[in-house]
Design a protein around this ligand. Structure first.
Ligand code: SAM
Length: 325
């Protein structure tokens, strides 16, 4: 049988800042985190130029992430301009939602429709302990606003942490019962402190087993650019559940994405420290054709072999907040 060709790389994630207003246990590196000096972070003009070149070489879905993208000043205007870049077909945003009550309407008016919101617990005390911020009511208010504004798809990302939020999985899943939400459970990746991962990792098979109380999970076909979530709809649910298992089953053979860090480095694979600098060439006056070659070259560096299960990021690699989740 002929093997399937790898999917085209058609999805670019932009980490527009390494700053964040939360300190999530699963994201924070063990030691001190050095923020990038502002001049090292790409300007909005630079991101827009790269987005235009990227769209022209087929990267037509763009996600804005961080750090926390909504803490960067001028983000709404940036999103508005990004949605108008020729060739960009979809602009998506990933946020922790803390600033969403203030910004949701403007983000929607800017033309963004695809929203991912991180929400790992529905318990205010646990939320504060897990994220370092006492903001659960704001995030829930932001979710409410986003639902009312009609963002679609609207996805909730829940990183499952044994001993921290695993007793809440059914309650979190039920958020998709009456609302058109996709609640996505994500395996904790060993990106930060290894001892935290060892203490709190829970495999997705176990998560699914614990959701058996919802009834049989009926598989739902995903949009081909939607990424690695396996989607299901429990009986009587308006929304869907997604399972993302980056640790117990790597998605490398089907991965369709490139990441651009806040520092202007292309990252072909989350699980490899390999990066391609684009900021240097960009600031030295590279032409669009030269930048396009850097993007195409980075896409070719993507490994199509699955990493061994449980492989961690190599030592010395960046924290998730600089890579952009
Ligand atoms: N600040 C934004 C937010 O919280 O959604 C965007 C950036 S955050 C790095 C993006 C995503 O990365 C979050 O939804 C979180 O689920 C995921 N993430 C971060 N560290 C992770 C880890 N160690 N394992 C699994 N997912 C992780």
């Amino acid at each position: 049988m002929t093997p399937h060709p790898p999917p085209p790389v058609n999805y670019l994630r932009l980490s527009i800042t390494d700053r964040c207003n939360l300190r999530c246990l699963y994201c924070l590196p063990a030691g001190e985190f050095d923020k990038l000096p502002s001049r090292e972070i790409l300007s909005y003009e630079e991101f827009l130029r790269l987005a235009q070149v990227a769209a022209a070489v087929g990267l037509q879905k763009i996600r804005v992430t961080g750090g926390e993208p909504l803490v960067r000043q001028g983000v709404v205007e940036f999103l508005r301009r990004l949605t108008r870049v020729p060739g960009v077909a979809k602009v998506c945003l990933t946020t922790n939602g803390v600033l969403l009550p203030d910004l949701a309407a403007d983000i929607h008016a800017a033309g963004v429709r695809h929203l991912n919101l991180s929400l790992d617990t529905l318990d205010a005390g646990r939320y504060a302990a897990l994220t370092g911020g006492d903001h659960l009511p704001r995030v829930l208010a932001g979710l409410e606003r986003a639902l009312r504004l009609g963002f679609q798809p609207l996805k909730l990302n829940c990183v499952v942490l044994q001993g921290i939020n695993d007793q809440e999985l059914l309650e979190i899943a039920r958020l998709a019962k009456d609302d058109p939400l996709e609640v996505r459970f994500i395996e904790f990746m060993p990106l930060a402190a290894p001892e935290r991962w060892q203490a709190h990792f829970l495999p997705m098979a176990e998560v699914r087993a614990r959701l058996a109380a919802l009834g049989p999970l009926i598989p739902v076909a995903a949009d081909p650019t939607a990424g690695p979530a396996r989607l299901y709809q429990p009986p009587g649910f308006r929304g869907r559940l997604g399972f993302i298992s980056p640790v117990s089953s790597h998605h490398c053979p089907t991965c369709n994405r490139l990441r651009l860090t806040a520092a202007g480095r292309l990252r072909p694979c989350l699980f490899s420290a390999e990066e391609v600098d684009v900021k240097g060439p960009l600031r030295r006056g590279a032409t669009d054709a030269e930048l396009a070659q850097l993007l195409i070259g980075a896409a070719r560096l993507k490994s199509r072999r699955p990493c061994p299960p449980g492989s961690a990021l190599p030592a010395g690699s960046r924290a998730m907040r600089s890579i952009g989740g």
